[in-house]
Design a protein around this ligand. Structure first.
Ligand SMILES: Nc1ncnc2c1ncn2[C@@H]1O[C@H](COP(=O)(O)OP(=O)(O)O)[C@@H](O)[C@H]1O
Ligand SMILES: CC(=O)OP(=O)(O)O
Ligand SMILES: [Mg+2]
Length: 598
């Protein structure tokens, strides 16, 4: 499938033509790489690469519209035809777009509504879509969103600690450059010869916009950009982190209005605010010539990036690889060195020569850490356009999702024990005995039972499920939690930090342990079912159960894909009673929610 991709910014239009295999897994090849940059009165810079032959020069296009209109001519001149779809980078998709989307009128209206959150980017992105629709009215136009990759961030990462009314109005962190971070992380895993799902990666994208992303076991965990693309690193013209207290101060001291302040933070800050130039090459040249402001700017830039690398290593509890990308990350050996300086304490150390001699030709992703360093450091070209092409091809050729009934299982209250708890409750040498195998392979119910005690009451004869786990977890219904007199939070299995304590009593002894939760409803799913139904791991869905008078649709149900899973929805007794469920009932996924679960 031949795809034309646009990445439209306020001062540049990058484009590419790709030959992508239909469906997942196929190789996507770039046929054309082009850019119109630095728009000014009636002119811009032009670069084109086809079949390894590069040309550079000036072009007579002063703005985005003129540049897009020129693309069909450029392609025709080089004999490139047969375009089947147009892919667009859309920077802000809010919490609404977890996957690529065909850009029909209602979708464009939803993106338009997000413009205030990305004033530098979404208007140019949408402008490109409208122009491309006019030039190629018969081709599907598909948007791929910078924000989508980050929708797996957990609530503690994406929330701001602000009043409830603001949060309800949509104030939260999103994160950007998602297509770049995703591509770069996959490329790094490939270069390291390890599965992405086993790596903790920090991707450092340093272009005009810049952001750091923590990718924990294949999923975005945190991005340094927030509600907008202003938060985080120092950028070409954007400030990155500034104390929000500055707004009031500037208003009172300098009499500045909100719009003036915002305009300055987006367009007159960052490297430009510090040195007068937004271009790192200029800043580095000036610093080398002894300019003190440029030297300070470089130090500030590096310090901010280094701080985020440390923070994200802490956030993930470690890091296996750091990857540099973007115009600065790919080209500036000195900036990579400055950022990594002083990180030896966490096992991150560059090799001077490897860092100096990075060569990215042929899509290489060289490693530049010193020999024996614990953390791998890589450099790779970002390929936002390539990644967009891949996602567009996969989106347009995905099979029609099939509806498959999902058996529903009701989980009564139960306990998973850790070894120390087993010893405390049943004695040091005790081993649990299996009463019955459960449908999830490897899981079983034990013959043994325990008692739960809270300030208000006790629950006797509570089942124990094996095998033993790393941490003791006690799953009860909301009704049970009232009976115990302990307010248990709704949590995913294993997410036990900050959970309340309950007393467990066994035949040998008793203990007080945290880990009391109301289990969040979820669907265990076999990968084959997930593929047939078009579902991803972590995806949230709505499931309808039953048809009778108590038929109920359960929203916010998480899909959990595991290699050997028996496909089955798990709800607790309160949920089962509310839906009037009987034996052998099945549910049906009726809606995919845009939001990916943590
Ligand atoms: N050799 C180089 N040394 C230092 N900085 C460079 C070099 N080449 C490009 N850059 C910088 O990369 C930045 C642009 O990055 P890029 O990823 O192309 O931007 P965009 O975010 O617009 O895609 C500019 O600051 C530019 O100066
Ligand atoms: C989101 C963002 O900052 O994008 P860019 O780097 O293209 O400005
Ligand atoms: Mg960029």
């Amino acid at each position: 499938m031949r795809i034309l991709v646009f990445n439209a910014g306020s001062s540049s239009l990058k484009f590419g033509v790709f030959e992508g295999a239909r469906g997942e897994g196929g190789e996507t090849r770039q046929l054309v790489k082009g850019a119109f940059e630095r728009f000014r009165e009636g002119a811009c810079a032009f670069a084109l690469e086809i079949d390894g032959v590069a040309e550079r020069g000036e072009a007579p296009h002063g703005d985005l519209g003129a540049a897009i209109a020129a693309v069909p001519g450029v392609l025709a001149q080089h004999g490139i035809d047969g375009i089947e779809a147009v892919g667009h980078r859309i920077v802000h998709g809010g919490a609404e777009f977890a996957t690529p989307a065909v850009l029909d009128a209602p979708t464009l209206a939803r993106i338009e509504a997000l413009t205030p959150l990305a004033p530098l980017h979404n208007p140019a992105n949408l402008h490109a879509v409208r122009l491309a629709q006019a030039v190629w009215p018969d081709l599907p136009q598909v948007g791929v969103f910078d924000t989508a990759f980050h929708l797996t961030n957990p609530p503690r990462v994406y929330s701001y600690a602000v009043p409830a009314a603001w949060r309800e109005a949509g104030l939260r962190r999103f994160g950007f450059h998602g297509t770049s971070h995703k591509y770069v992380a996959e490329r790094a895993a490939q270069a390291l010869g390890q599965p992405l799902a086993r790596l903790r990666i920090i991707s450092v994208h340093l272009g005009n916009g810049a952001s750091v992303c923590a990718i924990n076991l294949g999923k975005s965990f945190e991005s340094s950009m927030g509600l907008t693309a202003l938060e985080g690193l120092v950028m070409g013209t954007r400030s990155g982190d500034v104390d929000p207290g500055a707004f009031g101060y500037l208003q009172r001291q300098l009499g500045l209005g909100i719009e003036e302040i915002e305009q300055a933070l987006y367009s007159d800050s960052g490297l430009k605010g510090l040195t007068g130039s937004s271009d790192m090459r200029d800043v580095e040249d000036r610093a080398a010539a002894g300019d003190a402001a440029a030297q300070m700017a470089i130090n500030l830039y590096a310090h901010r990036a280094r701080k985020y690398i440390g923070a994200y290593a802490a956030g993930m509890g470690g890091v296996d690889a750091v990857v540099f990308t973007g115009g600065i990350g790919e080209n500036s050996a000195s900036m990579r060195r400055r950022i990594c300086d002083g990180l030896d304490f966490m096992g991150l150390r560059l090799d001077f020569d490897r860092n100096q001699s990075v060569d990215l030709a042929g899509r290489a992703a060289p490693q530049i850490q010193s020999y024996g360093a614990r953390v791998a450091v890589l450099v790779t070209e970002t390929a936002e356009q390539l990644q967009i092409a891949r996602e567009v091809a996969a989106h347009l050729s995905r099979p029609e999702a099939e509806v498959r009934p999902i058996p529903v299982a009701v989980s009564g209250r139960h306990v998973h024990l850790a070894e120390d708890s087993l010893k405390a409750l049943f004695g040091p040498e005790y081993a649990l005995t299996i009463a019955k195998q459960l449908r999830q392979p490897g899981n079983w119910a034990a013959n043994e039972r325990v008692t739960l005690v809270g300030p208000k009451g006790r629950l006797e004869n509570v089942a124990i499920l094996g095998p033993l786990r790393r941490r003791t977890q006690i799953e009860v219904s909301r009704t049970d939690s009232f009976a115990l007199g302990i307010d248990a939070p709704v949590r995913d299995s294993g997410d036990l930090d900050g959970t309340p304590t309950v007393r467990l009593i066994g035949p040998h002894g008793q203990l007080d342990t945290d880990g009391l939760i109301v289990a969040a409803r979820h669907v265990h799913m076999h990968p084959d079912d997930a593929q047939a139904m078009g579902l991803e791991d972590g995806q949230m869905v709505s499931v309808r159960i039953g048809q009778g008078e108590r038929a109920l649709t359960f929203g916010h149900t998480k899909i959990r894909i595991q290699p050997n899973a028996f496909t089955e929805m798990h709800i607790d007794t309160d949920e089962a009673n509310a839906s009037g469920i009987g034996p052998n009932w099945v549910g049906e996924v009726i809606e995919m929610e845009a939001h990916l679960g943590a």
